[in-house]
Design a protein around this ligand. Structure first.
Ligand SMILES: O=C(O)CCC(=O)C(=O)O
Length: 372
């Protein structure tokens, strides 16, 4: 279907071209505000070039790459620990994505987090605009749309709220009351799981670590809970909810709803989908862990397709080091591997480069790669 210019008129001004950008991004109506005008067709600014669009029919069979959800309780059961650890490390080496159950986050907490996301995005545009980046009272909580709208030719069909956790007092004071408690509860109940998974993955690299606990703490110190909202889209096949990217973090813990639409690239093969499993969480390796593991664990490229029938929400927790932390391949690993794939650098430096452009697949890792 060919894109049609938006016919809707708001306050006497048609919403397209610069007006659209102003309305959606600067005034903070978001893509939800745009969708709520009752769009009959996708505005041109959201139309992505054909090679970036997501064609469900081109998805390949995921079963050789994505196993069934991994039972995390097995990591603490005598006799089963080694097999569970190998499932986790194997999945991180092969695809960089896996799902987990028995992860310690109660189902009710997951449900509350999804409901909270809907509650926040259903607020009026004026209430959400209070949290627009650079305008809110606290720089650690911000609301926005697309990934990096100023730098993108085609916008992404997604609004988000990002809450960077530095402490309960700040969260209680500044996170939106509509989702604060649910986000904090989700974050707290995921604490043990994130350490267990990262510990398993670092052990799986097979090198001696002097102070294991402090290494895990360093790489899991900074946490952000995001709430993503993908409104009903008139032509999902012409746009993307989120474009191709790998995550910045060490690990991402992702709660998706029952709609589906998350696609992951299997290098050299094609795209598979990550089907929603009730009660399960999706775990993916981020660039920081790919760097730490000297390329052993894969920070997979992924993207999201919006839905034409229901708004989709997802709630990722991004688990990262702090900006002043030096990241690089684990000591002894390049010697063991016979090559050094990534250099040492400050996480803050990597972060600045990552956010310095729109989504661009896995090329973000080139910044840390050693060219031979
Ligand atoms: O919504 C999803 O399923 C994935 C979101 C995502 O990739 C992101 O927030 O970086």
């Amino acid at each position: 279907m060919a894109p049609v210019r938006v016919p809707e008129v708001m306050n006497g001004e048609a919403i397209h071209g610069p007006h659209l950008f102003d309305y959606v991004v600067k005034k903070g109506f978001g893509v939800k505000g745009l969708a709520d005008t009752g769009l009959a067709a996708l505005p041109e600014r959201y139309v992505h070039p054909p090679h970036e669009r997501i064609d469900k029919d081109e998805t390949i069979d995921g079963s050789p790459y994505l196993g069934p959800p991994i039972d995390l309780a097995a990591l603490e059961e005598a006799g089963e620990e080694a097999a569970a650890a190998e499932q986790i490390c194997g999945a991180a080496r092969k695809l960089g994505f896996f799902q987990v159950v028995n992860h310690g986050v109660p189902l009710e907490v997951l449900e509350k987090a999804k409901r909270a996301a809907h509650r926040f995005f259903e607020l009026s545009p004026e209430k959400k605009a209070v949290y627009l980046k650079g305008r809110g009272p606290c720089s650690n909580v911000f609301y926005g749309t697309s990934f990096s709208p100023e730098m993108e030719e085609s916008l992404e069909w997604k609004d988000y709220l990002s809450m960077v956790y530095v402490g309960d007092d700040e969260a209680m004071a500044f996170w939106p009351p509509e989702c604060r408690d649910a986000a904090l509860e989700y974050l707290r109940s995921a604490r043990k799981m994130k350490r267990m998974i990262l510990t398993t993955l670092v052990r799986g690299l097979g090198v001696e670590v002097e102070d294991f606990d402090s290494l895990i703490s360093q790489y899991t110190e900074a946490n952000a809970v995001n709430m993503n909202y993908y409104p009903i889209c008139p032509s999902p096949e012409l746009t993307v909810g989120v474009g191709r990217h790998s995550d910045l973090a060490a690990l991402t813990i992702l709660l998706q709803d029952d709609i589906g639409g998350l696609y992951v690239k299997v290098e050299g093969q094609g795209w598979i989908d990550i089907p929603p499993v009730e009660g399960a969480l999706v775990i993916n390796v981020g660039d920081t862990l790919e760097i730490l593991s000297n390329g052993c664990y894969k920070s997979a490229e992924h993207r999201v397709l919006a839905s034409s029938t229901r708004p989709r929400v997802s709630v990722p927790i991004f688990v990262s080091p702090r900006p002043h932390t030096m990241i690089g391949p684990l000591k002894g690993l390049p010697e063991k591997d016979g090559k050094r794939v990534y250099r040492d650098l400050l996480f803050g430096e990597y972060m600045d480069n990552y956010f310095g452009a729109g989504h661009r697949g896995k090329t973000t890792l080139d910044f840390a790669k050693i060219s031979n």
